[in-house]
Design a protein. Structure first.
Length: 593
């Protein structure tokens, strides 16, 4: 009896001697020799593996049949193979492991010499061996491809997560930036190739930001701007200066909400509270904040004589968080700062800073800039400017700008505790300019620095105040000094040679106007009388061939001149002047008024 003779299909599953399930001839014809969904387990009720019609029971399966053992896959229909039942079992057993297709476990297949030895032991021909090795290589490539696909997908998921986190940080940062920098107006000095007619007057070529430091709602008098500082940037020549405004300066308020005269540090709250009609230190009402900005700007402009383009209101919390976020600031203290009134905020130590190098965290930096009981408000202004410069270096440092965590923390500090009327675009432009300016070249100036004597202390109804040396509300000396420091960038860049001639019968008019122009940074080279004194209106003659357009624009506005000539009267010698001004009687009237 042939041990491979197929048997009649019964209810119970039948097995051949070698353990493979077989089918009846009828079922073979119906199944077309394909593998069921259960694979090689033989548990499918409708399909069986193999069509064992040859004498040794091994014939090649259809080419598209998946999952068939390597031995049967290596044979061709109608051709008897070597070996008997035992060799068949060897093939089945050895190549269930040797063939990745049969075993279903590519990682455990036989390789190289082992695979060749197993094939020879199984009695396979060289052709069958080659076919088997080809299957193995194909399976290896398939596995490598699977690993690559899995790795690619894993990398893709990682990238998606990174981009998602980065997107969240970007969105968060953008929203915080928009929350802080939501201004609408733009200083002319920040635009490229500024049209001279857009500049309102001398100083408008600079960008002046009024920095105001307040305690905030958690402090008494939380809206009093105990820090007042003008950060003035020259975008034309890439220069900057910090100018302190004395907080105790006794000035007339732009409104009489609290009192007609107050210290200048009350200007912001005066405008804000008048808008609200009540005292509210929350700084959440945008319109009220803008009213406070307007009041502070008009007061500072009247005192200092320069335009204020933007405002920034920073409370103590933002200051502390900003210093902590950038890892602290390092200050070179000119002398020891001893203040027992603030010891309770300094670990009960009255020494707030030692002479020499000090590195402060946010809390100690704030103590350093707030202390004034054992020094003066003027010394405190110097300390504030020093800390501002140190903070500027840290904030604009690449280690901060490229660190998403630091930037996020910085924006969080600013977003909740800083109010400005600067637009995001303008702020980006200002940051780009400030990064070009080394801290060593940033000037730090105050009205009471060594050699400066423009204000003096006074007393009003028992209140210690600061007043102009020239007298109450007389800011002429202060303004001349400030303008000499905050020169317009375009005037400085063009540096036009200007001659001023008195064409009136008013003595000293040319000298007075020359001094005024010099205070704005004009390069006045000649002061003299015109050949005649019968000029009714002021004349401006441009001898530069149109090269000094910004200077000409400023002079036209200052002297209210509509048209400019390019030819001198025959009786006047040009010399080296590039612009000649002949003063008329209208200039004398303006001076008298």
């Amino acid at each position: 009896m042939d041990i491979y003779r197929t048997r009649k299909r019964t209810t119970n599953t039948q097995r051949s001697v070698d353990g493979f399930f077989v089918q009846s001839p009828n079922s073979v014809r119906q199944s077309s020799n394909v593998v069921g969904k259960k694979g090689l387990s033989g548990q499918s009720s409708t399909r069986r593996v193999g069509d064992f019609r040859g004498t040794d029971g091994f014939y090649n399966a259809p080419r598209r049949q998946p999952g068939v053992g390597a031995a049967s896959a290596a044979a061709r229909p109608g051709r008897p193979r070597h070996g008997d039942a035992a060799s068949s079992r060897v093939i089945a057993d050895q190549f269930a492991a040797a063939s990745p297709v049969a075993s279903g476990k590519p990682g455990k297949k036989l390789r190289g010499r082992k695979a060749k030895a197993a094939a020879q032991a199984a009695g396979l021909t060289k052709r069958q061996q080659k076919k088997l090795l080809k299957q193995q290589k194909k399976a290896t490539r398939s596995r490598a491809k699977s690993i690559f696909i899995w790795s690619s997908r894993a990398l893709g998921v990682t990238l998606v997560l990174v981009l998602a986190v980065g997107g969240v940080l970007f969105a968060k940062g953008y929203l915080q930036l928009k929350k802080v920098f939501d201004g609408t107006s733009t200083a002319a000095g920040l635009t490229a190739e500024v049209d001279p007619t857009l500049l309102k007057g001398e100083g408008d070529g600079r960008v002046n930001v009024l920095m105001m430091g307040i305690g905030g709602a958690e402090h008494d008098g939380g809206d009093l701007t105990d820090t007042l500082m003008i950060v003035s940037v020259d975008p034309v020549n890439n220069q900057a200066i910090l100018f302190s405004v004395p907080r105790d300066l006794w000035v007339k308020m732009p409104n009489n909400y609290i009192a007609n005269y107050q210290k200048i540090n009350a200007a912001y709250e005066s405008g804000k509270y008048k808008y609200l009609g009540s005292t509210d230190q929350s700084n959440e009402n945008r319109k009220a904040i803008e009213a406070g900005f307007a009041a502070a700007d008009s007061t500072v402009e009247r005192v200092m004589g320069v335009p204020i383009h933007y405002n920034a209101l920073v409370n103590f919390r933002a200051f502390r968080q900003a210093v902590d976020t950038v890892g602290g600031v390092t200050i070179d203290a000119p002398e020891q700062l001893y203040d027992p009134t603030m010891a309770w905020e300094n670990g009960w130590s009255p020494i707030l800073a030692k002479k020499g190098t000090n590195t402060f965290d946010g809390k100690h930096a704030l103590n350093y800039v707030r202390s004034r009981e054992t020094s003066s408000d003027f010394a405190r202004s110097q300390r504030q400017r020093a800390v501002m410069l140190a903070l500027k270096d840290k904030v604009l440092d690449l280690g901060t700008l490229s660190n998403p965590v630091k930037m996020s923390n910085l924006l969080n500090a600013f977003g909740d505790n800083v109010q400005t009327d600067i637009s995001l675009t303008d702020m980006q432009r200002m940051v780009a300019i400030m990064k070009k300016i080394p801290t060593s070249s940033v000037q730090s100036v105050g009205l009471t620095d060594d050699g400066n004597n423009y204000i003096t202390t006074g007393n009003v109804n028992g209140l210690s105040v600061v007043q102009p040396r020239a007298g109450l509300e007389d800011y002429s000396e202060i303004q001349a000094f400030v303008r000499s420091k905050l020169k317009d960038g375009y005037i400085a860049q063009e540096n036009a040679k200007v001659s001023i001639l008195n064409g009136t019968f008013t003595p000293g008019l040319a000298t007075d106007k020359a001094d005024e122009l010099k205070s704005y940074g004009y390069n006045v080279i000649t002061v003299d009388n015109a050949p005649t004194d019968d000029y009714g209106t002021t004349k401006i003659i441009d001898l530069s061939g149109g090269k000094k357009k910004y200077t000409i624009n400023y002079l036209k506005k200052r002297f209210n001149v509509n048209s400019v000539s390019n030819k001198l009267p025959e009786s006047i010698v040009q010399g080296t002047a590039e612009i000649v001004i002949i003063l008329g009687q209208d200039a004398a009237v303006t001076t008298q008024n």
